[in-house]
Unconditional design. Sequence first.
Length: 254
Amino acid sequence: MNPAISIKTVLVRPRNSLNVGAAARAMANFGLSELALVDPYEPTWDAVVSAVGAEEIIKNARLHKTVEEAVADCHLVLATTAGQRRMPDRDVVLLDTAAEFIEKRARPGIFKTAVLFGSEKTGLTNEHIAFSHALLNIPTYPGQPSMNLGQAVAVTCYELSKTSGRTRALTRAGGSAAVTVADIERLARDINRVFRLTSIESGAREETRLKRIRRVLFELNLSYDGLKYARSLASKIQARLDSIEKAANEPESA
């Protein structure tokens, strides 16, 4: 089965319902339909007057409390950035190469890519970006790097509409199903438990350690078979460590 690529637009903490409307209309213009909002600032849906022709997108938009929840069903996550991060901790993809980047990562079946857009005031935080595989940069004039939210969504939808719904023959070896963010998160937490049991990186904060593990797993681009093996291995290690600890705590027989 060839991959069919779908695009989910995720607005993180949007502050202005008019911008939400503009984003929805831009999605409709380029044939995209899945919209998710993360912890929006009291959106007043009746005020989304610029969503002409995008009423169904607004009606079907899903609300989430966290980015992790919003992208759980996605196989690839791109976090938009104005390119002002001096030392990015993951790949940076230019917008005009994004369609090609997604296609190279796609696996058979429905392959869902989420694109994160940050709040109009603060953009995306490090906590939001922690759930992305790569950064998506929209090249702009250096003197004015930031864009209006609706405009940023529009130009991104234009570029990514070139790949949405497209099917193609796989060029990579293997044909196992794509791994979702939720799958990666479960494996990251399994590994983190092993680290905790063995006191590996004991000096690092729990959330910091989890971010590091998640980033490495994103970079590996695991197949589903590879993910299952890794989870099985982590489970066996945990069981072995639990057995050793239990034996150590058992009282010696007289």
